[in-house]
Design a protein around this ligand. Structure first.
Ligand code: GLN
Length: 556
């Protein structure tokens, strides 16, 4: 258990949703880590789904996969990207559904000895148990409470937080409330009333924030700050303005300038080092002062929700930071390409095909891989993007016209991508299907696994090491049955898993053509980047420079 030396910080949101609570939480984590505290972070989600694994990315944004294979809320991605020492696991994110599932399981088992099982204390006890468990070996646990204060859904979380404050002692718990202070053009001012009302709502359930963070599009004037302090009963210095920033990696710096981390450690009576934010300054400097520009196409299908490719967009930005490149990401609809319209790929410097599921748009991804291969454009294929590249190679280089993934066509004559159980009969080479594989959840390859890189490959050079660990979330694999033939035709297997599954392929005849079965975007961070994304953006830059040179030569 956490004990009293662990401090608990709760972050709530009010007025509207999508205020960037996850970024504020992650940024506070970064600041406390910069003060050498050991920080753990938890996201509590107020919905009934047991986990977000089965939720459509168009609804809820990307599913973030942790090293231990949990399918979690995308905010955990922010936590890992901002807090270097944090390593999220399945205990760092839970939903109302999972809490109820656990309590109901215990009730069925007879653990409650026939007593009536209720929200208070049984549900709230289970929530508190999970929060306290995260305190072990940490100085601080930051708990982001999903949803907006006033929603019915998040009430048990808020009630559990209230009880926990009493149990650990008021000096060991702290509440931060984040609200929107809207700009009213007709009045020409920022309005503080919604914030006042939102804190009133919190106080009605006996919660008083110590810190009030105010999101706004304009600078918060002194008198508005004083008014918020007065009406919310928060010290004026603890009313922290947070104006819209150009990039999320600036937020730790902005909050530090407003004294957020200082107020937090003072509240806990902790004497600790002041925050060294040199690395964050470098990140922001490189991001805001790029030396070159490049454009890449991201060929996907969940284009209606910007968060559907969150980690990917961040990983690309990180590569931009590392190479001082302003990367323009053009989101290209795979279905458009499927219908034969390649125009969106015409003037990009590289193509990225990300992960995905199901039939819709997949042929467009195969076409995009072919487009990159035939024009020697840098290509990075991730998971489904690897499948697309292998299928293109099988059809258009090796001449297997019907090559496909069994995810798309279970009866294809040439299942170059399939379930392990379908192809792995090494003695007969026969394909066969095992019962139960239709249950997607049950057979997913999830989480971090080792990959051995082959000497002399681009991947081996980029990673500068012989073995790496990367995260998976998929069911289908490259069918080894075809590999020796493909290798004789110029495809190279650059990495294999511990069980010898194909993890990475390359086309050494191309300038830069790499695809991986895992998701490197989950382990990229603004300060450290990721070797594959860095290599990809460097290749895009080389391509952009070559295009510029030949255009210049043509003009001369
Ligand atoms: N749909 C593919 C599979 O299940 C790829 C999954 C992914 O791209 N994450 O294997």
């Amino acid at each position: 258990m956490g004990g009293i030396t662990t401090h608990y910080i709760f972050v709530t949101g009010g007025v509207v949703s999508s205020l960037g609570k996850g970024i504020v939480t992650a940024s506070l984590g970064a600041l406390l880590e910069a003060r050498r505290l050991r920080v753990n972070i938890l996201k509590m989600d107020p919905y009934i789904n047991v986990d977000p694994g089965t939720m459509n990315p168009s609804q809820h944004g990307e599913v973030f996969v942790t090293a231990d294979g949990a399918e979690t809320d995308l905010d955990l991605g922010h936590y890992e990207r901002f807090v270097r020492g944090s390593r999220m696991s399945q205990s760092n994110n839970f939903t109302t559904g999972s809490v109820y599932a656990e309590v109901i399981r215990k009730e069925r088992r007879g653990d409650y000895l026939g007593r009536t099982v209720q929200v208070i204390p049984h549900i709230t006890d289970e929530i508190k148990r999970r929060i306290l468990a995260l305190g072990e070996d940490h100085d601080a646990v930051i708990v982001e409470i999903g949803g907006t204060v006033g929603d019915i859904e998040s009430q048990p979380f808020l009630e559990a937080a209230r009880q926990l404050r009493l149990e650990v002692g008021a000096r060991n718990a702290l509440f931060i409330h984040l609200t929107l202070v809207p700009w009213l053009p007709t009045a020409g001012e920022l309005k503080t009333k919604p914030t006042q009302n939102s804190v009133k709502e919190l106080r009605s359930i006996s919660l008083q924030p110590e810190i009030q963070v105010c999101r706004s599009t304009e600078p918060l004037p002194r008198d508005a700050r004083a008014k918020i302090a007065l009406f919310t009963n928060v010290e004026e210095r603890a009313v922290v303005p947070l104006e819209d920033a150009d990039c999320i990696y600036e937020i730790p710096l902005l909050l530090n300038r407003q004294g957020l981390d200082k107020i937090v450690v003072e509240h806990f009576g902790r004497s600790c080092a002041s925050a060294d934010l040199g690395e964050w300054e470098r990140v922001v400097d490189h991001l805001t002062n790029p030396l070159r520009k490049t454009a890449i196409a991201l060929v996907g299908k969940y284009l209606d929700v910007p968060d559907a490719y969150k980690s990917l967009a961040e990983a690309i930005a990180h590569a931009g930071i590392q190479t001082r490149t302003e990367v323009e990401v053009r989101y290209v609809d795979a279905e458009e390409i499927e219908q034969g319209d390649d125009s969106a790929l015409a003037d990009v410097h590289a193509i990225l095909v990300p992960g995905g599921f199901g039939e819709r748009g997949f042929e467009g991804k195969v076409r995009a891989a072919r487009y990159a291969r035939e024009r020697n454009l840098p290509y990075l294929g991730i998971c489904y993007g690897l499948h697309a590249a292998v299928i293109d190679f099988a059809r258009n280089v090796a001449g297997y016209d019907n090559a496909n993934s069994t995810e798309i066509n279970p009866n294809t004559r040439d299942p170059v991508i399939g379930l392990v159980s379908e192809w792995r009969d090494e003695t007969t080479g026969e394909m066969h299907r095992r019962d139960g594989d239709e249950d997607r959840g049950g057979t997913m390859r999830l989480g971090e696994q080792g990959c051995r890189l082959m000497d002399g490959t681009l991947a081996r050079n980029l990673y500068a090491t012989g073995t790496v660990s990367e995260r998976h979330r998929h069911r289908y694999e490259v069918n080894d049955h075809y590999i020796s033939e493909f290798e004789s035709l110029g495809l190279k297997v650059a990495g294999r898993s511990d069980e010898q599954l194909v993890e990475m392929i390359e086309l050494p005849g191309q300038d830069w053509f790499v695809a991986c079965q895992f998701h490197p975007e989950f382990t990229s961070s603004p300060r450290d980047g990721h070797p594959l994304f860095r290599g990809f953006i460097e290749a895009a830059n080389r391509h952009a420079a070559a295009v510029a040179t030949s255009a210049q030569a043509a003009a001369d």
